[in-house]
Design a protein around this ligand. Structure first.
Ligand SMILES: [Mg+2]
Length: 278
């Protein structure tokens, strides 16, 4: 273990790392403050697609952690930025007045407000269920109000040639006392029904980490990734070439670390342990 981490920027996962549900991890606000006090940059990176950056800013504020919208990268923000880049790459800018439907980047969303808001802010047209078959993209995240009709509309659109994009593939959502189905469970249902694999934007894809680096203005070598999941946070960080720090306040314990093929560079009991390394 290095005696001091000289990294210019730190990317933190949120759930299981900075907080658990609505309880802040002890020492997390102090560590964030200490990093900023030493002139290091901090970015929060979450696969949770349901909320807007503003909603995360408010949640962090209630826990004593100051942040602004630009300090938060969600899988919804990353997905909308990825799709914007794809649209630019194809020379398709925003549709002309009155022009709708296929070919201009129209989306049918299986997801919640965080995802819809992110796509709208990049100028994407969001189609109603009745017009889903015209969509260029089926964009799927966690949707706690998902219905059979919604899933069916997404499947039909994919059969019609819509590109299948997933914000993330976390199979479950940890809550107090157990797990709820996560975005990945919904994504897998569509995948199973259509036989089409989605393009996944969130962790463990290094794609979202590269977007975070772009936001920070740092290189992979200058940046550390801190998170609680081996198969999401640590895998993504390693794939993008960052120093990886696993905290044991969430999904993983030491037994998981020793049996996993994904090895973090550093393991800490909690994010509070970072204070002795910076
Ligand atoms: Mg987590």
């Amino acid at each position: 273990m290095p005696s001091r981490l000289r990294h210019e920027a730190f990317i933190f996962d949120l759930d299981g790392c900075i907080y658990r549900g609505n309880s802040v991890i002890e020492g997390a606000p102090e560590v964030v403050e200490a990093l900023r006090g030493k002139g290091r940059k901090v970015l929060f990176l979450t696969n949770n697609s349901t909320k807007t950056p503003r909603q995360f800013v408010e949640k962090l504020a209630r826990m004593g952690i100051a942040a602004n919208d630009a300090d938060i990268m969600t899988s919804s923000i990353a997905t909308s930025k990825y799709l914007r880049g794809r649209r630019r790459g194809r020379g398709i800018e925003r549709g002309r007045e009155g022009e709708t439907g296929r070919g201009r980047g129209s989306c049918y969303v299986v997801g919640e407000e965080g995802l819809c808001a992110a796509l709208r802010s990049e100028g994407f047209e969001l189609l109603e269920e009745g017009r889903a078959a015209e969509a260029d993209y089926i964009v799927c995240g966690l949707d706690m109000k998902v219905t059979y009709e919604k899933l069916a509309a997404a499947c039909v659109a994919i059969q019609n040639g819509a590109k299948f994009i997933a914000t993330n593939a976390d199979p479950n959502l940890p809550v107090e006392g157990g797990y709820l189905p996560g975005a990945g469970s919904i994504v897998r249902l569509i995948e199973e029904a259509t036989g089409v694999r989605p393009l996944i934007i969130g962790k463990p894809s290094p794609r979202i980490v590269r977007m975070a680096l772009e936001r920070l203005g740092t290189t992979a070598g200058e940046t550390a990734m801190v998170g609680d999941t081996l198969n999401m946070d640590i895998k993504a960080g390693r794939a993008a070439g960052l120093l990886t720090i696993l905290v044991l306040t969430g999904a993983a314990d030491m037994r998981a670390v020793s049996s996993s093929r994904v090895k973090p560079d550093i393991v800490l009991d909690s994010v509070a342990g970072l204070s002795t390394l910076i």
